[in-house]
Design a protein around this ligand. Structure first.
Ligand code: TXA
Ligand code: MG
Length: 323
């Protein structure tokens, strides 16, 4: 037996996952599929830390992990298919993509500014009661750095993050070992976006309708569905001008850092201290605020592109390409 790892769950308050979540921190949670890197789904600052630690080059939408269907219904527009699938398979390895409720308090960073949310109720004896006790969803991608394989043991997570590892709850080896099935229930036909342990046949048997694969859906529909595509994701209606070092007449300014050029009608500073994690957490708020202020254009100051800066740059590029 190895000595207890200090990052394992213990009884002291600083190792209480609920305290970490309440403080906007990250906790690695075991699930039946893979280990997840989890944060309070309603806080931009907490969600930004996930992207920063994973080093993700873009803000893919994250799955909100709920304690039960009741909790999910506070955040997404429930429908008959969701009811049937949740009765059949929850808690278990299937994620349901549903329309986000208009006033849901989910972080815009977690949905990449989109209007849908993936909800999933994990089958795990430690994690499920924890989410119930927290009282709101936690978003969690697989607990690996971007581009690497998903971890199925606490040891994998420790190896993956080394000294950067947040609190890890060791729940043993994951029983399923592959990521959850992802099914989109926002359209006339259910679309299987990611295969998993809950198979197409199993879903069709429950719903009594045929489930489509992405290639069976029209190009237009796929374009609308693909995570990260602008049509479904927030983009300002005011044009953006990237890498601006000066402000032109009539422009609002999305600023970063202490040294800000003058002349803007309105300024939103993503991070006065030049902190990229803070900048990511305030990105959607800043775009919305400046979009609403009536400027003819939004000038965006250059930001460093290392770490989470790459995801910010990707998001700004897509927002500036919007028609
Ligand atoms: O088993 C799992 O699902 C694990 C554990 C931790 O729960 N989580 C996981 O998360 O695999 P992640 O972020 O590595 O993968 C989530 C997948 C991505 O392919 C993402 O594009 C898709 O789900 N997804 C999430 N929200 C979506 C949405 N609103 N619309 C379309 N696809 C979505
Ligand atoms: Mg993953």
């Amino acid at each position: 037996m190895k000595p207890a790892n200090p990052q394992d769950i213990e009884n002291s308050p600083e190792d209480n996952p609920l305290t970490h979540w309440s403080d906007g921190g990250l906790v690695v949670i075991p699930t039946e599929t893979v280990y997840g890197l989890a944060a309070d789904a309603t806080r931009d600052d907490a969600v930004a830390k996930i992207y920063a630690l994973k080093n993700r080059p873009s803000f893919n939408p994250l799955i909100a992990h709920v304690a039960d269907a009741q909790m999910a219904k506070h955040y997404v527009q429930w429908n008959d298919w969701a009811e049937q699938l949740s009765i059949a398979f929850w808690p278990g390895p299937i994620t349901l993509i549903l329309p986000l409720l208009p006033h849901a308090t989910i972080s815009a960073l977690a949905t990449d500014g989109g209007d849908t949310l993936g909800v999933r109720c994990p089958l795990h004896g430690v994690t499920l009661p924890l989410i119930k006790a927290f009282g709101k969803p936690v978003v969690a991608p697989s607990a690996n750095r971007s581009g690497r394989i998903s971890p199925t043991s606490a040891q994998h997570v420790r190896e993956e993050f080394g000294d950067d590892a947040p609190l890890i709850i060791d729940g043993g080896a994951c029983t399923v070992g592959i990521e959850s099935t992802v099914i989109d229930l926002t359209d006339e036909v259910p679309v299987l976006l990611r295969p998993g342990a809950i198979t197409q046949d199993m879903i069709e048997a429950v719903l009594g309708v045929s489930v489509h694969l992405p290639h069976q859906v029209s190009n237009e529909q796929v374009r609308l569905k693909s995570p990260g595509m602008l049509t479904r994701h927030y983009a300002p209606t005011t044009p953006l001008r990237l890498d601006a070092t000066q402000v032109h007449a009539g422009e609002a300014l999305l600023a970063f850092g202490m040294h800000v050029p003058g002349g803007a009608s309105h300024i939103f500073n993503l991070s006065m201290h030049g902190d990229l994690v803070e900048a990511a957490s305030r990105l959607f708020e800043g775009l919305r605020a400046l979009d609403a202020c009536g400027a003819s254009r939004i000038a965006v100051m250059p930001l460093p592109t290392e770490g989470i800066g790459a995801a910010i740059a990707d998001r700004l590029k897509r927002a500036s390409a919007a028609e």
